[in-house]
Design a protein around this ligand. Structure first.
Ligand SMILES: [Zn+2]
Length: 183
């Protein structure tokens, strides 16, 4: 897994760069929660769930199907999220999907069942520069945890900041110039 901070950071950075009329504050928070939610499957480690099964870590909750499910739920709850249904679906779908995509860039753990329900194969990207984060919190607050955060800052934080800046500049370029004429 990537750390919880980085998984929440992706939707927060993208949402913050987009128009508030498209991504409301509530939708932004929902996206951040959904960016982290797939790792709730670590609870399966407390139960006798077979390793590599869909209910094990990086299984169903790390799939296109799960991202779609949360997107549909967000579209249903769009009035409560103060967003249009299409925007609610798209933002929550992408926020959730960013999680397994980031995990596929990590250099450890099991592969990700990204293609479910079309495929149950566990996959990684062939290029995996991000150090995998320890699951246990005790091990996270260690020398290794610090190295993981540095790795995520370089490979996720910096590209994300660049992307958010580009979206913001693009939006600024599209917004009409303020009317300074005197009538
Ligand atoms: Zn994960």
């Amino acid at each position: 897994m990537t750390t919880v901070f980085t998984h929440a950071l992706v939707p927060l950075a993208l949402g913050a760069a987009l128009d508030r009329r498209m991504v409301s504050g509530r939708l932004l928070v929902a996206g951040a929660v959904c960016g982290v939610l797939p790792d709730a499957d670590v609870l399966s480690l407390q139960f006798a769930v077979a390793r590599g099964s869909l209910l094990s870590h990086r299984g169903f909750t790390h799939s296109l199907g799960f991202a779609c499910l949360l997107g549909v739920l967000a579209a249903v709850l769009a009035p409560q999220l103060r967003a249009r249904r299409g925007a609610a679906f798209g933002f929550v779908f992408l926020s959730t999907l960013s999680h397994p995509l980031l995990d596929m860039l990590t250099n450890g753990g099991s592969g990700v069942a990204l293609g479910f329900p079309f495929s149950s194969e566990r996959v990684f990207f062939s290029w995996r520069p991000i150090l995998v984060a320890p699951i246990s919190a005790a091990r996270f607050f260690s020398e290794r945890g610090w190295r993981v955060l540095q790795s995520e800052l370089v490979w996720v934080g910096l590209p994300l900041a660049g992307l958010a800046l580009l979206i913001w500049l693009w939006r600024r370029g599209r917004s009409p110039a303020p009317d300074t004429s005197i009538s």
